[in-house]
Ligand binder design. Sequence first.
Ligand SMILES: *Cc1c(COP(=O)(O)O)cnc(C)c1O
Length: 423
Amino acid sequence: MLKKPFVTKEKLEEIAAQVPTPFHIYDEAGIKENAKKVYEAFSWNKGFKEYFAVKATPNPFILKALHECGCGTDCSSYTELMLSEASGITGEDIMFSANETPTEEYELAAKLGGIINLDDITHIDFLKDTLGYIPETISCRYNPGGVFEISNGIMDNPGDAKYGMTKEQLFEAYRRLNEMGAKRLGLHAFLVSNTVTNDYYPELARTLFELVVEIKNELGIEIAFINLSGGVGIAYRPEDTPNDIAIIGEGVKKAFEDILIPAGLSDVAIYTEMGRFMLGPYGALVTRAVHEKHTYKEYIGVDACAANLMRPAMYGAYHHLTVMGKEDAPCDHKYDVVGSLCENNDKFAIDRMLPEIDKGDLIYIHDAGAHGFSMGYNYNGRLRSAEVMLHPDGTWDLIRRAEKPADYFATFDCFPEYGRLLK
Ligand SMILES: *Cc1c(COP(=O)(O)O)cnc(C)c1O
């Protein structure tokens, strides 16, 4: 698939005149159209809800845009819960899927009325001790162990993952939660990340639906909602075939009709907690070429670095690059496009064939909308960039300013002698 920026060079120059590069930009129209497609794909399920994984893009303007489309939030930490509340998203519009969870996080999740998803059986007592009660609506995270396979091979190794309960523990957990007064029980599993196949959700759904039938038969408990969590991937590479959410929704529907309806479980609600699929393609990191260097290789130095987008450095992840204004020029130059960190893995592209790049060119780094800004860090004293929302009518807003040195030094505010750093 040809990868095209969602914004023109002229618009980016207009923004860059006010918001210096590097910055992240998001496409509100794309985000909302995609969210609509997700809801259409699951419209056959009465209780369907997407809980956007806040960790992917923790910005209140993004959360609110998704909330307007019907999405809730999937939070995993105290500050993500705070962000959800600040965005006006509370109650059962919050899913709290955390692990190794401290008491104060459970307290805040319960105070906001969110649905708590327990990562371990021991957390039943931990939660009871923390809150003094067990919430009426509660969910358990399942880990089937072993390897997870679909038709085209092994996808991942849940047996090596720290998350979730074994099957035996899960059954015991439901038995106990039921005894303790829980009324609406949910099942959650997240087995594989960034799947570029339409088969992942349907296959996971089959596994979970069969389990829910077994739970009904063995324990007499009817699970009220099944949370397929995240893991639906995006086409980072031009040669990848993007997932089709309509086909995915149909596949889950087929499994629902094959397994749950005959078992008398047609009221089960389907939930998802997608992050990457909801935002990934609708965000980009915009940077400028500031240096060229010719040594053993050809380097283009840009003003962004791994502190703004860590995925290439951390996972060797591919992100497509467009040199703005040179979309039709021949890709006859081989470059390493690199950031400024004193870390040799700070490279957005290695041996990439691109048009000839001149200093001052804007480079658009695709698919940075999820797990992009949010994975940023301050290594080398590098500061986090601004975030900009491009609206459907072509206007735009700054939705987070860039960090300033004072932000970097803010945690020295208890030492008066360093006060001048905070100005
Ligand atoms: C990270 C995460 C998600 C989102 O995953 P994506 O791959 O971005 O869809 C959803 N739920 C939980 C519990 C997560 O940790």
